[in-house]
Design a protein around this ligand. Structure first.
Ligand code: PHE
Length: 348
């Protein structure tokens, strides 16, 4: 066999061996291919060396020798080119396969937060009152003693202060014990008709237990106009409670006492958890106390510069925490403030 044929066969043999190896190693096979190329076609490669022999041959043999070597070089080059592009194609395919993204895979949970149960119930309560034409007003949590107590007909030495013992910043400034001072501020700043709800955080020096917290949330309401009666109060409260707990809800107005309302009432509603049959949440009573209310005491109207002969009104106050606990059957107020996601997750 002439040595050109031999070289061609050698190259083809080497390239096909490379084909076996390359399955495992893509980039490495490319490197080996380059080495082989240098071995035959490089400056000192076998085929290049053959060309250099040309000078040693007799003149008449040179053209045909040159032609043959050139054709060999061409074939070898083609073989290398072909292998190289095959190899590169293979490497690309492998890379694509490895980096493939399966868009049909289920994505991991996005870890979205949820609305706190207090906020949920607050939004619901606010929505109901807004539907009845009430405006939302807010006020400061650090409040004048005058607005929190005195103008609400709770003088300095009045025993009613014991019900709402609080934190004193100075002798005249307290952490508000209810949002009623926002009602005082509203009456001082606006002429009737007034129809507002006052949501917000309030403070009392209560020891923490399952039903007490030194910080909690209230929503109070105030309506002042000419000719407002207890019937308006009852109608509004009944409408509110039926929207909150359902049409079948029954209510009971019991006489109560608040220095700033006269007459005053405590309102019970059908326990929304058992529907009135009696359960642990309502201690078997079938009803739960949900709010306090009454007709605004004429003294309070006078304190705010409103003539009780012309204007009358009603007010009510409810504990948002209590309302939330009743709604969801939560038996410990502390759960609302501990920010334990295991507890909160169920309200998402
Ligand atoms: N301010 C009262 C409280 O915090 C609630 C209330 C408001 C009662 C308005 C009657 C009328 O306890």
């Amino acid at each position: 066999m002439d040595n050109h044929e031999k070289i061609l066969q050698e190259v083809r043999q080497a390239l096909s061996e490379l084909r076996q190896e390359e399955k495992a190693a893509g980039q490495e096979a490319l490197g080996r291919l380059q080495e082989l190329r240098v071995k035959y076609l490089g400056k000192k490669g076998e085929i290049t060396q053959m060309m250099k022999q040309m000078g040693t041959l007799p003149k008449e043999e040179r053209p045909s020798f040159g032609q043959k070597v050139n054709s060999l070089r061409q074939k070898v080059e083609e073989a290398f080119e072909q292998r190289k592009s095959e190899l590169e194609e293979r490497i690309k395919e492998k890379k694509l396969a490895a980096e493939r993204i399966d868009v049909t895979l289920e994505k991991p949970e996005a870890g979205m937060g949820g609305v706190h149960p207090l906020t949920k119930v607050y939004r619901q309560v606010r929505g109901i009152f807004e539907g009845m034409g009430f405006q939302v007003v807010e006020g400061p949590e650090i409040e004048f003693d005058k607005y929190n107590f005195e103008m609400l007909n709770i003088p300095k030495d009045h025993p009613a202060r014991d019900m709402q013992d609080t934190f004193y910043v100075t002798d005249d400034i307290v952490l508000r014990t209810h949002t009623s001072p926002v009602q005082i501020r509203t009456m001082l700043g606006h002429q009737p008709p007034i129809r507002v709800i006052c949501p917000g955080r309030v403070y009392r020096t209560d020891d923490v237990d399952a039903t007490h917290s030194p910080v909690f949330n209230q929503i109070e309401g105030l309506v002042i106009d000419k000719g407002i009666t207890f019937a308006d109060l009852k109608g509004t409260i009944n409408t509110f409670l039926r929207q909150l707990y359902g049409e079948q809800t029954k209510t009971k107005f019991r006489p109560g006492f608040f220095p700033f309302t006269e007459p005053s009432a405590e309102v019970d509603a059908t326990c929304s958890l058992c529907g009135g049959k009696g359960c642990p949440a309502c201690k078997g009573a079938g009803m739960v106390e949900v709010l306090g209310c009454g007709m605004v005491n004429p003294k309070v109207l006078e304190n705010c510069g409103l003539d009780p002969e012309v204007y009358s009104g009603y007010a009510f106050g409810l504990g948002l925490d209590r309302l939330t606990n009743i709604k969801y059957g939560i038996t410990d107020i502390r759960l609302l403030y501990e920010s334990d996601v295991r507890f909160l997750r169920q309200f998402r």
